[in-house]
Design a protein around this ligand. Sequence first.
Ligand SMILES: [Mn+2]
Length: 347
Amino acid sequence: MPQLVEHVVEAFSASAEREVIVAAIERLIDAGVLVDESRAEWETAARVGLFGAPVVSVRSALAGEADVIVVGVPFDGGVTYRPGARFGPQGIRSVSRSVFQAAEPPRGMHDPVRGKRVMESVRVRDVGDILPDPGGGGRRQLDDARVLAGRIAGAGKLLVALGGDHSISAPLIAGVADSVGSIGVLHFDAHHDLSHPASGDMKGLHHGNFLNWSAGDDRVAHIVQCGIRQLTSVDPETLDSHHVWPGRTWVDAGAESLLRTIAADIPWYVTVDVDVIDPAHMPATGTPLPGGVRWGELIDVLVAVLGSRRVVGIDVVEFLPDGHDAPGLEISALLVHAVDAAMGGRR
Ligand SMILES: [Mn+2]
């Protein structure tokens, strides 16, 4: 079975030598002496891509056919309450074509509300899911997510990750930073997901503390949180380079005020926990909290913000399909408009 170079090397080498060996193997791949087939098996994990986009190997997606690369991370080993987010990627993909159909060559679709074609000339490719590792506790799945996020961002493509619980954002953000260096993290959530900054090994990572590793990562220059409304027993720490818009303040203040807290000189990673939405509108999530905003309000803010910043990655997490189509359709709509805006902001 194809394996990641990193995992093969791990099996027979001391850690100090690994980087040297990995670098040598990557040079041989670049020179065409070795062929990188490491993720060919992922193709089987999704038969239909997001919006009906072609499902292709990572190698072909990275080789230049894509502007946007979609990957599913069906991981929910980090939940503290109700599991089921592992079914999120397929739950989104299966209904997404009701909202938008990707065509080849891409021509976008007319949006009568925004009065424009969305996703015009945006080439979307789906590389399927990063498969779970039975018995491995998800460690390998999260390591693979980091490596892949780095390669996608390094190739200059927009990463779109379908969760999965919120744990997945920690390796995805780290992977993007591995490639692009200094970034900001824009975080939509009912929960702060931050207890204290952490670095290095992601031991103890779960869906309620993923932001610890971003806060402790020197390459994460700014963190902006929107929607936080969870009650906490300990008063939250305020970190420099960290801005919190609690409750619905980020909607009420307007995009212009929000944008003043989102630096224009660095690329941004955007992570959307669907529980930022009012559970009356979004019950299909693991830890719902009363309050929150409506879908349209979130999408309008994403369109305004992502269209005027350089965005390198977007994830949507904590969706637990519940047998109803509506939540997956709302997430699909969010992704169409957010990706369309982000591609505009990158031009
Ligand atoms: Mn969260």
